[in-house]
Design a protein around this ligand. Sequence first.
Ligand SMILES: O=C(CO)COP(=O)(O)O
Length: 250
Amino acid sequence: MARKFFVGGNFKMNGTKESIKSIVKNLNEAQLDSNVEVVIAPPALYLQLARDELRKAGVEVSAQNVYDKPNGAYTGEISVAQLKDSGIHWTILGHSERRTLLGETDEVVASKTKAAVDGGVSVIWCCGESLEEREAGKTVAVVEGQLAALKAKLSPADWEKIVIAYEPIWAIGTGKVATVQQAQEVHEAIRKWLAENVSQAVADATRILYGGSVNGKNCKDLAKEKDIDGFLVGGASLKPEFVDIINSNQ
Ligand SMILES: O=C(CO)COP(=O)(O)O
């Protein structure tokens, strides 16, 4: 079954009104492969701005995080309903920066993912191992543990709203991209896990993105791999080369 190539731009805590307008203008004017689904994830404060400025079919705006409670006394948080109310239908969840810097556990990430999906917001769910875990030969076990915590909270139909992003922590923002083989190996393991633990249909349909120092130069080789269905891009999504990454599967 053909999986539509997917490219996400995670701006993280970067950008100003001016720079985000300029990135969106660049996308509006670019020639983008129409077979690719694109989402850009600016900081929460600029979600509405990005949405208002976007004129491009096939490009959507995503949050970088959402809370799992519907409303109430949760200072600083944003609910799924508030995203929907602002026309935002995607969120990233479980990014390693939130897991490591903000202490989000597998269970918290799973609970937020469930809340998003239940509220009709699709999720780019991130997983990945640290350098220490990779060197100890634990990569697949770590990722499978993260997947198992997610599965515990989801019903089988929920997986339709999930895109998985495999982001080895040691490759994020370091310029140290996983080799094509390293990435493909983990993507294949994730797909196998889905087949064995959820269903063959979900394994066949779920997009698995690679993230970690993807740029305009290394994207084409990675995109050729059979289990790499797109990218989650940090630094390079703020630059004009993001267009080359979007078009890397042509
Ligand atoms: O964390 C990432 C995307 O979510 C990857 O970041 P970089 O592309 O900057 O390495």
